[in-house]
Structures are given as C-alpha cells and as structure tokens.
Design a protein around this ligand. Structure first.
Ligand code: KG4
Ligand code: ZN
Length: 428
C-alpha cells in the first residue's frame, strides 16, 4: 500500500482511538441529549440518519471530498482548486493536474472526515467519480478510494460525474423525477431527461467543445489574466464580470446552428468568429496581441449573450419535444441547469425566459454546488444507496473511464421531430 494512504489510515485510526478514549473519559451533561452525543464524538444527526457517504471527486482540476447523510446534510467538506495553476499555463496540463491531485487528496479526505467527525467505519459507502474525465486525474481518486475501501471494508459506489451534477438539485430542492436537465461546464454540454437515479435520456450534446471551454479560450485570447481584477477568476467568470461593463449591441453575431432543428450544441464556430473579431479590433486599435482591448467588455458581452441565446433555443426545443412525447408534464415541469457555466447569472436569466414561455420551473443549485465539488458525489452515493443501484462489495474489476456517455441517446429522434422553436425576445 502506498505511503500516502498508509498515512491517512494511521491518522484516521488515531482519530478513532481518540474518539473511543473520549467516550470512556468524558462526563456527559445530563440534560442535553445533543451535548451528550457531541461529547461522545457522535454527530446527533447520525442517530436518525443511518446512511453516511464519503464522496471523492478528482475528474478534472478540483480535488474535492464531502460527507453527506441520507437527509442531505453536509457533515463536512474540503476542496483544493487548481484553477490558478492552470490559468498560468493557459489550460489544464493533465500530468500537472495529476500531480496536484496526488499532493492534495490525502489532506482533503482527512479534512473532510475530521470536519464531519466521522471515521471510515461509520461510512455506509465510499462514492468516487470514475467517469468521464481526465484519465490521469480520475486514476488518482480511484486508486486512493480503493485503498480506503479495501482497508476499511466499505462498499464502493462508482459515480458518473454528469449524473452527479444532474442529481445535485435533489439535495437542495424537493424535485421528483422526471425533470429536464441542462448541464453546462468546461468539459460538458448536454440536455437530458432524468427519469430516475440512473435513468437518463440524452436529447442533445455539444458536437465540439463545451461552453465553459469556449469562454475560457475567449478570456485567454482577450488576455484577461493580465487584468488584476480577473487574473484569478476562471475564464467564464471573468467574462461574466467584464460583460457587465460592456454593450452587446456594438456587435451582431448569430447564434450557432440556427437551422439545425435538433438539441445539439456547437461552440467552436462561435469561438472562431470571436477570435476574428478580436484580431480585427487589435488592428483597428493598433495594439499587439496580448494587450487588453478597449472593446474587451463589449466583446465579453456579445459572446456571453450569443452563448446564452444558443443554450436557450436548444433548451426550448428540448422542452417542446418532451412535452410533445409526454415525457414531461404539460404544466409545472422542472428544468434544472447545473455545471460551472450555470453559475452565470446572465445565462440563468436567458433560461428563465425559456422556462416562463413553457410554464416550467427553473431550478439551479447554488453556485458552489454548480461547479465541481465533493458534495454532489457523496449525494449521488446516497441516491444510489437508497435506490440500491451500483453498490459494489467486490472492486477487483473496477476501472476508470475517461469517455462515457450519459444515458440512452435519443438525439436522432429529437432531430427527426424537427420542432420549430418560436421566436423569443431575449431582453436580459
Ligand atoms: O463544472 P466545472 O467546475 O468543471 C467542469 O468543467 O466539469 O465548470 C468549470 C467551467 C469553466 O470552464 C469556467 O470557465 C466555467 O465553468 N464557469 C463559468 C462561470 N464560472 C465558471 N462560466 C460562465 N460564467 C461563470 N460565472
Ligand atoms: Zn463538472
């Protein structure tokens, strides 16, 4: 067993011994049941919520962990973000991400367990993202988790990263199946109908890059990293902030794929159009590539608006399709938007306009649960435990899968329906 996991195991065991010792020596206050339980190092909630899951996430550039109980309480969480390192290298370098996961995973899991006041023996299961994602990153989380699983003889629940994003809303809101979900992040872009914990119909996805990736590239091309205000923000967040000072009407750009009556997405074309616009503006303003344009805020505003319109029109069609096929109720259907890009308030507003036009309710997890986190993985573990789905006691053959589609792909059927989307006034 590698030294790193030996370390956590020794420390966790000494935590356990300490907590058992506390049980013997502490004097419980008589009148307060919660105080009494606390003095025993037992979380009161654990009396009533038997299921506790440790979730571990390392699919991309965040090392994250959390312990969540059956009622959705987050007992403890910790996270190490690599964003600043990758901003400096102009994108994620997989071996660098792997190394940073290796350096941080033990500390993050230890911090999570100690904040939760939970020992590995208390866990009902360990849930870890094993697909899809960067191979080198997934590998770190999986091998670390398997060491814990084998050492403490806990069940293992392999997690699909996108399933976890989709189900997060059921931790924060009372949402019944089915509901429609739009997942928009740096690595993914898809529309799916969620019929159950692991029952998804894929309506459409990006044919090239994801919207977060495109916004990250535009932010780099605009050299926003050199601007002190934006230098530590992800590209998407920097674009959102800068766009507030810009005027989108200074440029006219059509949303991608307007003539394709399906629910797929594309962002590479938009990225090229924006790149050309930036090059033209650099010439007009007489500045070198790498300097910040005076029209940067207007460019940020137009790329954000065009992205929002594209996402909104595809989502509108997906809702109409689901209603036409009786996959969603005619009124009060739920549209969930999650993933890193869903923390963008301008994009949320565009989707709210679609929800209003289709009598749907738009729900988004809070921003900290939209981006990658350990809570969503632990919660997905709770959902799977409750449904009795994918709980492994033998982890011999478990492998990570860098590429893995979500659910049953019905995007051809969606395209064949060729639903025309009414015009929507997008005044945001
Ligand atoms: O879900 P996430 O944390 O990681 C994965 O890609 O799975 O999403 C990160 C992406 C990045 O591309 C980042 O630029 C984008 O989400 N993002 C945003 C905002 N905050 C993060 N995009 C637009 N507006 C934001 N406020
Ligand atoms: Zn994600």
């Amino acid at each position: 067993m590698p030294a790193a996991s030996q370390g956590i195991i020794c420390r966790v065991e000494s935590m356990l011994i300490l907590s058992k010792t506390a049980r013997v020596f502490s004097k419980p206050p008589k009148s307060n049941i919660f105080g009494l339980l606390r003095s025993f190092s037992v979380c009161p909630r654990r009396l009533f919520c038997h299921k506790l899951v440790l979730g571990i996430e390392t699919s991309c550039d965040d090392t994250a962990a959390a312990v969540v109980d059956e009622a959705g309480h987050v007992l403890g969480e910790a996270m190490h973000s690599q964003t600043e390192v990758h901003l400096k290298t102009g994108g994620i370098v997989p071996p660098v991400a792997q190394q940073l996961h290796r350096e941080n995973i033990q500390r993050i899991v230890e911090e999570t367990l100690s904040a939760s006041r939970v020992s590995p023996q208390d866990l009902s299961a360990i849930a870890t993202t094993i697909k899809p994602g960067l191979a080198l990153s997934l590998g770190v989380g999986l091998s670390f988790s398997l060491q814990l699983v084998n050492r403490f003889k806990r069940p293992f629940i392999p997690i699909h990263h996108m399933e976890a994003h989709a189900l997060t809303i059921r931790l924060t809101n009372e949402v019944e199946f089915p509901f429609l979900v739009l997942l928009i992040s740096g690595g993914h872009c898809l529309l799916a109908l969620v019929r159950g914990v692991s029952d998804f119909l894929l309506l459409g996805k990006s044919l090239d890059i994801a919207p977060g990736d495109m916004l990250d590239k535009v932010a780099r091309r605009l050299s926003l990293i050199k601007h002190p205000e934006y230098s530590t923000m992800s590209g998407g967040k920097a674009i959102e902030h800068l766009a507030k000072q810009g005027n989108r009407f200074h440029f006219t750009i059509n949303p991608p794929m307007q003539n394709a009556k399906n629910c797929d997405f594309s962002f590479t074309g938009l990225q090229h159009v924006i790149n050309k616009l930036i090059t033209r503006k650099e010439k007009e303003e007489g500045i070198e590539e790498g300097q910040i344009l005076s029209s940067a805020a207007d460019i940020a505003a137009v790329v954000q608006h065009t992205t929002a319109r594209h996402l909104a029109m595809r989502t509108y069609r997906a809702i109409l399709f689901c209603k036409q096929k009786d996959l969603l109720p005619p009124a009060n259907a739920v549209l969930v938007v999650s993933g890193g890009v869903a923390s963008n308030l301008y994009i949320r507003r565009a989707l709210e306009i679609v929800a209003d036009a289709t009598q749907c309710t738009l729900l988004c997890p809070p921003p900290r649960l939209c981006t990658d986190n350990g809570v969503m993985i632990a919660w997905n573990g709770i959902e799977r435990l409750r449904a009795g789905l994918g709980i492994l006691h033998d982890v011999e053959d478990i492998r990570y899968e860098p590429k893995c589609p979500l659910g049953v792909d019905i995007s051809k059927e969606v395209a064949e329906a060729a639903i025309k989307v009414p015009r929507l006034k997008m005044t945001i």
